[in-house]
Design a protein around this ligand. Structure first.
Ligand code: Q9C
Ligand code: ZN
Length: 357
């Protein structure tokens, strides 16, 4: 299986985040990519390739098909604006959040706002510090994902379960059209889905999100869109807290194209997880019009993950890959979360080898 990565994605390296009120070392570290790459290189089954730096299609247009222009300009410029007025040089952090009850005077143009105010408009938590290199790393992450998507669309062989892995970082699934959070700045999976629809003649994409956390960003981006079927397995009642209920089914023309399968924290075992994943696979197979599968791959479902509460063992990951394979679609795996450094690489490898099986 081909694996795409890019060294620029390591440049995003904030010193800390605020987790449950504590200032802690940033969990979503560049070492994650190195650990995964190291594990994949140990197997002949993978070929690790650097993403193209010269993206022929305009990468900016692919991003703007998902994210607002104002938001992308914010990501690009906020670090220099913030440091120019004396903000801490290590990273931009929100100082306040624009609560919905503070919007009663209409939405002011954010251009006129203080650099101290803007993060409160474009960010929803304290896990998205923006450093001098964050924008460049986020663009690299998109580049990785689009290179993999293009390979999938152009080089797919006859095999019904042809797959490619985008070793993307920073992750993406918490980013909405104009809002970052949860270590995510640009929604790689969503941008890839749009790209396959707009540049490779796809009629319908399924996004299967198996990160531990609900992909509020991906859900929001496609909530009204029947061309993107979003199916998510995630922890009930955990971060990002306000989304992910099974009652969220999509809206307008998108009604019926959003499926949330929340699972209990502390009680989700290998068997319960795989049974539920098979239900997700059935939902996707009920939509015969799906021509590509994008998997938002998180392995923060592992029992020892430092911020998560499922009980999965390492033996579960090849089973997960096998169930994804059973969907029988050309499949783009996109890296999302997973924070237990000692097993991160092996667990990702387990899923991919289970798929190749
Ligand atoms: N107690 C991804 O896995 N902090 N993002 C959560 C939970 C943010 C996770 C705190 C977690 C974001 C891509
Ligand atoms: Zn996660």
């Amino acid at each position: 299986m081909r694996v795409y990565w890019h060294s620029d994605s390591l440049l995003h390296d904030p010193p800390h985040e605020i987790l449950s009120g504590r200032l802690v070392t940033y969990l979503e570290s560049p070492d994650r990519v190195k650990a995964i790459e190291g594990a994949l290189e140990q197997s002949d089954a993978f070929e690790v390739i650097a993403a193209e730096t010269d993206w022929p299609e305009d990468i900016k247009d692919c991003i703007l098909a998902v994210h607002s222009k104002e938001y992308v300009e914010y990501l690009e410029n906020i670090y220099s604006e913030w440091t120019a007025i004396g903000g801490d040089k290590s990273a931009v952090f929100p100082e306040t959040f624009q609560h919905r009850s503070m919007q009663s005077f209409g939405s002011r143009n954010t251009n006129s706002m203080s650099p101290l105010a803007k993060p409160g408009v474009y960010c929803f938590d304290l896990s998205c510090p923006i450093t001098s290199h964050t924008y460049r790393a986020a663009i690299a992450s998109v580049r990785i994902t689009l290179s993999a998507a293009r390979y999938l669309a152009t080089a797919r062989n006859g095999s019904p379960h042809f797959g490619v892995f985008a070793l993307a970082r920073p992750p993406g699934h918490h980013t909405q059209d104009a809002l970052c959070g949860g270590y995510c700045f640009l929604n790689n999976a969503a941008i890839a889905a749009k790209y396959l629809l707009e540049h490779h003649g796809s009629k319908c994409i399924a996004i299967l999100d198996i990160d531990y956390h609900h992909g509020n960003g991906t859900q929001q981006i496609f909530y009204h869109n029947p061309q993107v079927l979003y199916v998510s397995l995630h922890a009930d009642g955990d971060y990002p807290y306000f989304t992910g209920s099974s009652e969220e089914r999509g809206s307008g023309p998108g009604l019926g194209y959003n499926h949330n399968l929340p699972l209990p924290r502390q009680r989700t075992t290998d068997d319960l997880y795989c049974d539920t994943l098979r239900k997700a696979a059935d939902i996707i197979q009920d939509h015969a019009e799906v021509d590509y599968l994008v998997v938002s791959l998180g392995v923060d479902t592992y029992s020892e993950d430092p911020i998560c509460d499922f009980l999965l063992t390492q033996a579960c990951y090849p089973r997960v890959g096998e169930i994804v394979k059973s969907i029988e679609k050309p499949t783009l795996f996109v890296m999302e979360g997973g924070y237990h450094m000692e097993t991160l690489g092996e667990n990702v490898r387990g899923v991919l080898l289970g798929f190749e099986g």
